[in-house]
Design a protein around this ligand. Structure first.
Ligand SMILES: Nc1ncnc2c1ncn2[C@@H]1O[C@H](COP(=O)(O)OP(=O)(O)OP(=O)(O)O)[C@@H](O)[C@H]1O
Ligand SMILES: [Mg+2]
Length: 233
């Protein structure tokens, strides 16, 4: 059984005349320990999909089975426990708490978890030691993104969802962040779903789910995974 299995997932957004069916029956699966890319153009429904997998938003229909449990059927209490215990979410624009330092932002993730990883190790792995006492406004984009990855990671999530984690970053910093995702996957065996609109980035992933207009039109298995450091775009 795959680690994550999504069947016939549907989701509409907006209301009344403005209601749009954004996800029109998504089918996909991700194996345990895999890095899976979700690739698609702007507006294709990638963030909507990730938000539903992450329990930030509810599906209208279909199932999302993660490690044997269907999160589409969970009540709110169970769903928040799942988010807390199981999941790390990395946002496109970091979402750090502005009046907390780097260390305190990462501690937020630590408080939420029942079996957190060692905070010092995370700060070290992410190369954040020198800036640990700074506030988000005193950080570069890459440092902010590393901090938000730290906050997601310290929980030791089984599933790490990343929505365009390099979307707001320059080329060099993007590659550093992607190498970091690779390292996390290797060292902690974290299953990662990474949303991107950049086909080159999908080459570091074992599988690519291509979405167009709210539906999967192609799933590719990548036999020849390219290390993030060797990607070029
Ligand atoms: N509240 C809403 N009401 C109606 N339509 C919405 C709403 N929010 C998003 N949409 C539409 O849903 C579609 C998918 O949006 P989504 O944010 O999931 O796309 P995306 O693939 O993540 O795009 P991007 O690459 O630009 O981040 C878009 O066409 C968008 O206009
Ligand atoms: Mg998006």
């Amino acid at each position: 059984m795959p680690f994550l299995e999504i069947k016939e997932l549907k989701k509409s957004l907006g209301s009344g005349e403005g209601k749009v069916e954004v996800l029109k029956g998504i089918d996909m699966f991700v194996e345990r320990g895999e890095i899976c890319a979700v690739l698609g153009a702007s507006g294709s429904g990638k963030s909507t999909l990730l938000n539903v997998i992450g329990g930030l938003d509810r599906a209208d229909g279909g199932s999302i089975i993660i490690d044997g449990a269907d999160i589409a059927k969970m009540n709110d209490t169970k769903l928040s426990a799942y988010r807390r215990e199981f999941l790390g979410f990395v946002f496109q624009f970091y979402n750090l708490v502005p009046n907390l330092t780097v260390e305190e932002n990462i501690q937020l993730g630590e408080y939420l978890a029942s079996k957190p990883l060692d905070m010092e190790e995370i700060i070290d792995v992410l190369g954040l030691n020198e800036v640990r006492n700074r506030f988000p406004s005193e950080l570069s984009g890459g440092q902010q993104q590393r901090c938000s990855i730290g906050r997601a990671l310290v929980k030791n999530p089984k599933l790490l969802l990343c929505d365009e984690p390099t979307g707001a970053l320059d080329y060099k910093t993007s590659k550093d962040i992607l190498s970091l995702a690779e390292k996390i996957n290797r060292e902690y065996k974290t299953t990662i779903v990474m949303v991107t609109h950049n086909r080159e980035i999908s080459r570091m992933c074992g599988k690519t789910v291509n979405i167009k207009d709210g539906a999967v039109y192609k799933t590719e298995i990548n036999e020849n995974i390219v290390p993030a450091a060797e990607l070029e775009w």
